[in-house]
Design a binder for this molecule. Sequence first.
Ligand code: NAI
Length: 248
Amino acid sequence: MLEGKVALVTGAATGIGRATVIALANAGTSVWVNHHGQAELAQQLCESVDAFGGMARSVEADVTSPSAVAGMFERILADGPLDLLVNNAGIILEKPFLDTSEQDWSRVFDVDLHGVYRCTQHALRHMRSRGGGSIVNVASDLGFLGRSDYAAYCTAKAGVIGLTRSLAREFAADGIRVNAVAPGPIATAMVSPEHMSNEWMAKELDIPMARLGTPDEVAAAILFLLSPHASYFTGQILGPNGGSWMGA
Ligand code: NAI
C-alpha cells in the first residue's frame, strides 16, 4: 500500500530508524536515509536495501542545524515529491535533574523536540502544497510515564506528543495525518549497558511482557500509521511497549 511513495526517515542509520527504512523499502517505498556523521552505516544500509531490489538513498543532516535541515529538504525536493516523514532521530540523557545543566537540557530538546519541529515544518509546507501526506513521530512511553534521572528526555518526548496532536488538528483539512509511536524499551544502542545503568535496565524490564522490544516491532507500528490502513488515524499515539503504558 506504500508502493511508489517517497519517505524520509531521520536518524535512520541505526536501530529503529534502520528497521523502518528496511520495512518501508520492502513495502515498495523509496526511502531517504537521513544520518548525522554516520555516512558509512547509512551507505551500508542503502546497499543492503539495493540488494533486495529496494530503493534507499542517504542524506546527511544534523537535525539540530536549521540550515542543514533546510539543505536536506532542498536536496530531497529537487529530486521529487515527498509523501512520508518519520521523525526518528533522538538522543537520551541519564542524569539527576539537579545535575542537569542548561546545556544538557537544551541539547536533548534540540535533537528530540526541536529537530522534529524543524523537519516537520519543511515537510508540512511541501505536503500541504501537494494536498496530502503522512507523518509519524517517534516519541516514547516515558513521555507519558516520566522517569527519575531522565527529566529532559521525558519532557522532550512529552512535547513530541503535544506537537503530534496539535499538528494533527491543524493539518487534517489538508489531507495530512500526523501520528506518533511511543515505544517502550527497545533493544537498540540507546538501551544498552554502555548508555544505561543496571538500575535503568531493571526498571525498564518491570513491564507486563518483561522483555525488550525489537526495532522491527516498532517499525511495523510506524508502517501501519504511515499507510492507508490507518486512513482514519490522526493525532494518535500507538504504543509498541510490552504493556509499559496502557493509558489513553
Ligand atoms: P539509536 O541511537 O540507534 O537511534 C537514534 C538515531 O538518531 C541514531 O542513528 C543517531 O545517529 C541519530 N541522531 C542523533 N542525533 C542526531 C542529529 N542531531 N541529527 C540526525 N540524527 C541524529 O536508538 P533508537 O533506539 O533506534 O532510537 C530511535 C528513536 O526511538 C529515538 O527518538 C528514541 O528516543 C526513540 N525511542 C527509543 C526507545 C528505546 O528503548 N530504544 C524507546 C522509546 C523511544
